[in-house]
Design a protein around this ligand. Sequence first.
Ligand code: KG4
Ligand code: ZN
Length: 361
Amino acid sequence: MTQALTVLGIETSCDETAAAVVRRHADGRAEVLSSVVASQTEAHQPFGGVVPEIAARAHVEIVDGIVAQALAEADVGFDVLDGVGATAGPGLVGGVMVGLSFGKAVALARGLPLVAVNHLEGHAVSARLGAEADYPFLLLLVSGGHCQLLVVEGVGRMRRLGSTIDDAAGEAFDKVAKALGLGYPGGPALEALAEKGDASRYPLPRALLGRKDCDFSFSGLKTAAARLAADAQNDQDRADLAASVQAAIARQLAERSDRAMALYVQEHAHRLFVVAGGVAANRTVRRVLEDTAAARGFAFLAPPLKYCTDNAAMIALASAERLAAGLTSPLDAAARPRWPLDEASALADPTHKPGRKGAKA
Ligand code: KG4
Ligand code: ZN
């Protein structure tokens, strides 16, 4: 059995500069020694969304300090580390290059193995940071950039059952929130407004209803909601629309997850359903998914909020699990703006063409 592994993780793929130290014990249990997240929300707020150039510059300015803070809070020096992992994509490539280059520099200077981590693999293992979540499990990954259902058998062993053909669920939350005049990021603001609203007030389109696959689509819902937002007369109209949109997104996530559970049980006896990513913070989404899982006899697990949204502890754990499996990366590993988690199914499935833009979410 592998010895305990202590790993530094670095995350810079979007608007959070994060570093963490995680120890993977010989039995596979994860212990988070530190997890530091510096959000750039304020820098992007005036623009109503993340500005890639501002994000990359902000990462450059603070990444060294954030790593130093993570090591100090964990009370370890570089000499205690067994490896260093950094997000190598998918994400905003300017930011990814900052964190990955920093990780390479640490690896080179300290003679440590480097692990270039797929950000999605980080989200996929995030549930294992706060609780016991043995492989395999079914994962719904819902964030601002991603919306997909995956069978997770371990690091490097993930198979996608479906993903969005247009927007991610978090993107839909953010865009409708913007149309309603709420600030950025919109998801939490929309959830707060929805509390005072009537979710049955506005009928909204239900995408891909007749299809048997596990794909998602949110663009029709987003367009319809934007039109209704423009016509909203008063605060009650806006609250009712927020509640209706939230319910519609939760319903679609539940419908596709239900299909995925039916497929998953054909091959796996271990019935565990995990939901991860920023949208998993939404209480309506959590409740509806928990009910769906219960109806199919699945245990339900959502990571604590701090591990749902972007963080480096999940990157450190994915790195540690890869190291334990003997998987490391060369020092010339490339930063990849697009990087589907399971490249085999991305190539086989025309919906998720690798093409010029690659699989988006
Ligand atoms: O995982 P995350 O921090 O970053 C990405 O990798 O994208 O997810 C951020 C997304 C944003 O779209 C944000 O609006 C959404 O998660 N989000 C929420 C809530 N909290 C965050 N959406 C709905 N309700 C929430 N409470
Ligand atoms: Zn993320």
